[in-house]
Design a protein around this ligand. Structure first.
Ligand code: MG
Length: 191
């Protein structure tokens, strides 16, 4: 004989009244689950200069100029990393991976993203989905979106169907429109 914990809400359903009670218990649990969801946003911008590779979402894109930065200057990974850290209330990418620290010099931003996911996991938070908008005048990124989604999903450790990446130009307006910079906006849901 041994004692085990009981579960008072695990009721036996016999009559239609029992079913009403069970439905109310299930609805309460789903409200609790959504209350545990967290959301965060991220934004990043890097200057574009000749002689640097253009790396977006871990994918090197043929371009006459690339993003300037201490690491690989991947605005997609940086924005997603900040969105995840933001949702977990863990500060930002600069706090965890400062560019003054030689460890992150030339670092793969996919690696930094995976580290941020691990930090969130320590708080018992898993990434539900992410959505990204890249703002870039040229080159066109449509042919590379599939590879980017796959790389970002692998770094996070979720299915590719939970990673959305979209592209926009800035219609020739401001520094991004003149081709002097690339930016990314990201949002992440954690559960
Ligand atoms: Mg950055």
């Amino acid at each position: 004989m041994r004692l085990v914990d009981g579960e008072a809400t695990n009721i036996k359903i016999t009559t239609s009244d029992d079913l009403l009670l069970a439905e109310a218990i299930a609805a309460d649990r789903s409200r609790e689950a959504s209350a545990r969801q967290r959301i965060g946003t991220g934004y990043d911008l890097h200057r574009l200069v000749p002689g640097r590779p253009l790396i977006l979402g871990g994918v090197t894109i043929p371009s006459d100029r690339g993003a300037l930065g201490h690491s690989d200057a991947d605005v997609v990974c940086h924005a997603v990393t900040d969105a995840i850290l933001g949702a977990a209330c863990l500060g930002d990418i600069g706090r965890h991976f400062p560019d003054s620290d030689e460890r992150w010099s030339g670092a793969s931003s996919l690696d930094l993203l995976a580290r941020a996911v691990a930090l969130a996991r320590h708080r018992d938070l898993q990434v539900g989905n992410v959505d990204v908008t890249i703002v870039l005048e040229q080159p066109k990124i449509a042919d590379h979106v599939g590879a980017m989604r796959a790389a970002v999903a692998a770094a996070i450790g979720i299915g590719v169907e939970r990673v959305s990446i979209k592209g926009k130009t800035n219609e020739g307006v401001d520094a991004i429109g003149r081709g002097e910079a690339v930016a990314a906006h990201a949002i992440a849901l954690l559960k």
